[in-house]
Design a protein around this ligand. Structure first.
Ligand code: ADP
Length: 560
């Protein structure tokens, strides 16, 4: 019995919880060893003191009244007490109390228990501080994100405007150089002629880059509209391969095409799918050494809803590092080593604008598909691991075609279907040649277009919409070419007026446009135009368009 009491006292002393026994008048009659060690001192320093007396001895503010109230009313549960300890970190404790029934010879008293939660509190404080920090970072991130979106929008808008603006001067460069190439071969010095050819090629290249930038901005702004139709993917793939054969053959590269003869049709935009094949093939040629092969494949795979066309473009070229696989589909991204390559057998050039694959991705995803690359890595020292580009296009696409262009421009479809335009407006008697009325405020464009057409046609010029209207009624030209963006009455209004009047309603009208912007094209057709001509145009392209428009009207009268 004696031994049990001793053991109990020992356990109470060592329990890692502070225990204090108080009489009803709050005099301390017992403290365990854990408690007095925690506070620093001996049992004798505590026994005989009241809670008030002890609170007075403690450094820092201790609300003894609140503690005593809690003990006597039994409401102290989880009372948090922070004690400032001299020369040590603050001690944080949780207090609790309960009353102990009167047992002879002890009167009724209370037990005050104290749990040291300093470490827990420190961790909780740390977590709290981290949470606050995280919240701040999140707010900052959200702000940066909004800023980035704004910058991205600004960039897209800038690119779009800059590209349109670039296309206008390109019209003059391309137009004049083509006029010299077509008509002045024998009149200019050979070296000058070669320079002009090189200017024309550079203008073509710049025009392609500008159009690629326009495509990228359309993709980024979700404005890539499609003109879907049922197409034979295998045939489109073979045609694109045929178009590239000459370029490939110059480098001794063989293009092999493997497609089943019988395949269901794919519902998509033929021109965009051609653009996708051309871009992938172009890269395969560009990044492969001479004398290698490129394999194009297409299979139908999967079942039911998951049925899809799986296209592969496999080359034996320089390959792509695995950690670059996800980056190469970003706009303007080029892998560092891609500019110049050589092997014992050949030297070949890469390099471009870094836009091709991002446009491919945009086109594929717009059709509800997916594109990815497979390559063992970039080869070095004349080793060519090759790359395989995969495109999966769903047989039944889930995407909405609400904004497809053919639906957006019902007038244009109607016109195409109803190809019988009345012919009476064309009158070449007065001038001998067909007369073209140009309505454009940009003098350089007029000059270029005039120089292009002067051999075959007569032309009149109006520099404003109002002047154009007057001339259209007084001269009844065979064809009207006008800019949509005119001072005063804009081109669309003019077109609508001309279409509403019996004297002018059958004159073919085409718009000049500084870029094949979907909205502009739609507006052209909606106002009643027959066609649009994208600036910069080449001489032969403009002549072809004019002839086609006039032929539509009266083939025999023009070419008698
Ligand atoms: P670029 O105009 O530079 O070809 P792309 O967007 O088409 O732009 O391609 C991005 C980059 O991806 C290229 O610069 C090249 O590093 C890499 N790449 C694309 N296709 C291939 C390929 N078939 N083989 C090796 N690298 C390729």
């Amino acid at each position: 019995m004696q031994a049990d009491g001793h053991l109990l006292a020992h356990v109470i002393d060592q329990t890692p919880i502070g225990i204090m026994i108080l009489q009803r008048d709050m005099t301390i009659v017992f403290v365990n060893q854990y408690l007095f060690t925690l506070f620093g001192g001996t049992r004798e320093d505590f026994v005989g003191l009241t809670v008030y007396g002890l609170a007075n001895q403690m450094p820092g503010a201790v609300d003894a009244g609140a503690i005593v109230r809690g003990i006597t009313e039994g409401t102290l549960a989880d009372y948090k007490l922070t004690l400032t300890m001299p020369g040590r970190p603050d001690l944080v404790c949780l207090l609790d109390s309960f009353s102990i029934e009167e047992i002879e010879p002890y009167p009724e008293c209370f037990a005050l228990v104290l749990r040291d939660i300093t470490e827990e509190q420190a961790s909780a404080d740390l977590i709290e501080a981290k949470n606050v920090e995280m919240a701040k970072i999140n707010t900052e991130l959200a702000r940066t994100n909004t800023d980035l979106k704004k910058v991205s929008e600004l960039k897209s808008n800038f690119l779009s405007i800059a590209s349109h603006e670039l296309n206008t001067p390109l019209t003059s460069i391309k137009g004049y150089s083509d006029i010299i190439i077509d008509n002045m071969r024998d009149k200019v010095d050979k070296s000058v002629y070669r320079m002009i050819e090189s200017i024309s090629r550079a203008a073509d290249r710049l025009h392609r880059v500008v159009n690629n930038i326009l495509d990228v901005t359309k993709i980024e702004q979700g404005r890539l509209r499609l003109r879907p139709e049922h197409i034979d993917l295998g045939a489109v793939m073979s045609d694109c391969a045929d178009d590239m054969v000459q370029i490939a053959e110059k480098r001794g590269i063989t293009i092999r095409v493997g497609a089943p003869t019988e395949m269901p049709r794919f519902y998509g935009d033929k021109a965009r799918i051609q653009q996708m094949f051309t871009s992938l093939l172009n890269n395969a040629i560009k990044f492969s050494p001479d004398g290698t092969s490129i394999d194009l494949g297409i299979v139908l795979e999967g079942e039911g809803e998951g049925k899809r066309f799986h296209i592969t473009v496999a080359d034996q070229g320089i390959g792509i590092d695995k950690n670059e696989h996800k980056n190469i589909f970003d706009p303007f991204y080029e892998v560092g080593n891609a500019n110049r390559h050589s092997s014992d057998a050949s030297k070949f050039m890469g390099g471009g604008s870094g836009l091709g694959l991002s446009i491919v991705k945009g086109i594929v995803e717009r059709h509800g598909g997916r594109v990815w690359v497979e390559s063992e890595g970039a080869g070095r020292d004349g080793v060519f691991p090759g790359s395989v580009f995969h495109v999966a296009l769903p047989l039944r696409s889930e995407i909405g075609w609400d904004d497809d262009e053919s639906r957006l421009a019902p007038e244009s479809r109607l016109k195409e279907a109803n190809d019988t335009i009345a012919m009476e407006a064309f009158d070449d008697g007065e001038f001998g040649k067909p007369v073209i009325l140009f309505i454009d405020s940009d003098k350089v464009s007029i000059e270029v277009a005039g120089a292009v057409v002067e051999n075959m046609f007569d032309f009149l010029v109006a520099e404003s919409g109002e002047q154009g209207l007057v001339m259209a009624f007084s001269h009844r030209p065979s064809l009207i070419l006008m800019d949509s963006n005119l001072p005063g009455l804009d081109g669309y209004r003019i077109c609508k007026i001309l279409r509403s009047q019996p004297e002018t309603k059958n004159i073919p009208i085409a718009f000049f446009s500084a870029g094949a912007n979907d909205d502009e094209i739609q507006k052209c057709f909606a106002s009643g135009a027959d066609d649009f001509i994208v600036k910069p145009f080449s001489g032969s392209e403009l002549n072809k368009k004019i002839v086609r428009l006039l032929m539509k009207k009266d083939e025999e009268k023009i070419f008698k």
